[in-house]
Design a protein around this ligand. Sequence first.
Ligand code: GLV
Ligand code: MN
Ligand code: MN
Length: 410
Amino acid sequence: MLRKINSQRLLENIERYAQIGKAGKIGVERIALSREDQQARDLFKTQMIKAGLVVSVDEIGNMIGLRPGIQNVAPVAIGSHLDTVYQGGRFDGAVGVLAGLELIQTLNDQNIETQKPIALINFTNEEGVRFAPDMMGSHAFAKLGDLASILESAAYDNQEQTVDSELQRIGYKGAMKCGAIALDSFLELHIEQGPVLEMKGTNIGAVEMVQGIYWTKYTIQGQANHAGTTPIALRKDAGYAAAQIMKFIGDLSRVEGSRLLTTVGTVEFKPNAINIVPDSARFTLDARSVDLEVLQNGQLQIDEFINGLLIQSDLRLKREEMVRFAPVQFDAAVVDLVESAADRLGCSVKRMPSGAGHDAQMMAAICPTAMIFVPSVNGVSHNVAELTLDADLENGANVLLNACLALTNR
Ligand code: GLV
Ligand code: MN
Ligand code: MN
């Protein structure tokens, strides 16, 4: 039997969270472990308790709300993240969390008991714009790294602030061990953040895989000197070297047929003055591909180019690997369930890969996992103009509800 969520309640709740860290007309800036993140978490905790969930917080600040099932077995988990990037949108992450809450409220309203319990999760720091790595909470939940070093991760803009100290400051350093709850499966609803669904006029994406992500921080050390008196041949210009490297990085993914996506999203010169040859240039590389070999080769080519350039120009390099996530394949049976729920609801559906990183790619390491995508207007995301239409949000939440019910009863 098909079930439907209360779309008006869902849309009102999305609007409510969009006020926490409001940026521009419809955007949101709610950086992980900030005051705004704390406010959104407090509201979410209150709403989960009101919906009858038993709420726990784990050591990395993941918030987990449990709804019991008829059987005392591993829960089916749903969820996403409430943090955003700088000047981000109201939908990226929040849709998955709030549609999950709406799902629980709908089950309560309709007196539906499920065979398996359901766990609703808000993962900590999915975006990674303040602390690396991204997908931090799900990464820790799946026990894929060393928790102690993740907790020591310092904010990019303030070495005094660590994940641990900020979790304590906002009151979300929980007692539960990461991954203490074994899960039956995981399902994440998310906006596509790209143009594919809209271009094809398709309602729902049944996500089959997430592409690989490599993040690297490069710091080039040269020598500060006078911009007017230092002959070009005698300069150790970290800024000029960084510019050449950035051009190489950008060109690599602009070659016809390239399957590599490269982005230099941050750059910082020191001392950063108009008349001083920069003695330090720091920039980050975000490289992605659906093909691990393409990603590895691209990274290799970039590093070879940098090494060659630095030898020629007598500069020094510090290279830090921040993230190394291989492409992840989702569970075929869970993808099938998403597709069939969409079908039954009368939604057009397309199987597709995810270009963005998601908590689901970490959860796939510990349980059968898949994702549901809904269209993004003009394919715009990580931008205050990010928009998904009400009808698409409603479709996505209904697919989440019915696919989740299929999982709880399988
Ligand atoms: C997460 O938003 C990412 O960077 O893909
Ligand atoms: Mn997201
Ligand atoms: Mn994002």
